[in-house]
Write a protein that binds this ligand. Structure first.
Ligand SMILES: N[C@@H](CCC[C@H](N)C(=O)O)C(=O)O
Length: 299
């Protein structure tokens, strides 16, 4: 790999899905080194480009973590959180990733398979601009978790969508307070690698709203895997289980940045639909990229 610090200029794009925003770094041959400090600088909203995360776009065949998926999915979403940490999956990210592949002419509208650390995800680019992703199944480990904010505590449902989530039902989303910092939870041993925490209120039949603290970011305006975790946790709370009834269940999930529609099918497969947009593209000043790495990050 070539060090990012010696690259001539790094091309980037910026995109978002329901305002979960991403720096996109196209790098087909996996030639760009993206250590955590560089990712954090790129995602810095004041000193960098700004984003909740970074989508490193690499051919599966060129990435050691994705080579085994290259036969089924040409492209690998090497996802990083804003702090530079690695995550298994990003539901909004994979929809924006597919939108980028279309934008770059790598795929046309229709189906595209994307390799992720959470397995291969099939994405459908609709002609109306919406993007649907088959997210796979949720796991609901039966362990009690308690989440605390500002002196109040709530029981939370543990849901794994490839990445870990804790879903807490609250009376009012303002009770979640300031979600910049990760709310404390216990027992901490349930999430040895950290967790994304969603707070949920009811809005109507099969309709909820959520706020989220994303692991490795802060409060974000949307989280796709989080919205899926919320839909499944809410369905179980409501006594709806498609595996039992044989009928799909659909929830509308309002996030701060828009709305996502989530359907769980009788075989457990979850589909998520929402917008995905490319908003800008350009090149990164190589002198800035090679500059001191001790600049403040997302403060
Ligand atoms: N915004 C994402 C989730 C990104 C990863 C997450 N922060 C984690 O560390 O698991 C989504 O849309 O799913």
């Amino acid at each position: 790999m070539t060090s990012a610090q010696t690259s001539p200029a790094l091309r980037f794009l910026k995109g978002h899905g329901t305002e979960n925003d991403f720096v996109i770094v196209p790098d087909a041959e996996n030639a760009v080194d993206l250590p955590p400090a560089v990712v954090a600088r790129l995602c810095d909203r004041r000193a960098g480009i700004g984003g909740d995360g970074l989508l490193h776009v690499v051919r599966s065949a060129a990435h050691p973590e994705a080579r085994h998926m290259a036969g089924e999915a040409e492209w690998f979403m090497d996802y990083r959180n804003a702090d530079g940490s690695v995550a298994e999956m990003c539901g909004n990210g994979v929809r924006v990733f597919a939108r980028y592949l279309e934008h770059a002419g790598h795929v046309t509208a229709g189906e595209v398979a994307v390799a992720t650390r959470g397995g291969i995800k099939r994405v459908h680019l609709d002609k109306d601009g919406s993007v649907t992703v088959s997210m796979g199944r949720a796991a609901l480990p039966d362990v009690g978790v308690t989440v605390t904010v500002g002196g109040r505590s709530w029981p939370a449902r543990n849901v794994n969508m490839g990445n870990p989530h804790a879903v807490a039902f609250v009376d009012d989303l303002s009770h979640a307070g300031n979600l910049y910092d990760e709310p404390p939870y216990e027992p901490a041993s349930v999430y040895p690698d950290g967790v994304n925490i969603e707070f949920v209120v009811d809005r109507g039949p099969r309709h909820v709203a959520m706020r989220v603290h994303e692991r490795g970011a802060a409060e974000t305006r949307s989280c796709g895997t989080g919205a899926c975790a919320v839909a499944v946790a809410t369905a179980r709370r409501d006594g709806a289980d498609p595996a039992v009834t044989g009928a799909p269940v659909t929830y509308t999930v309002d996030v701060l940045g828009g709305t996502l529609v989530i359907t769980e099918h009788p075989d457990g497969a979850i589909e998520m639909t929402g917008p995905a947009v490319i908003v800008a593209e350009g090149t990164i000043d190589p002198a800035w990229l090679a500059g001191p790495a001790d600049a403040p990050v997302n403060d």
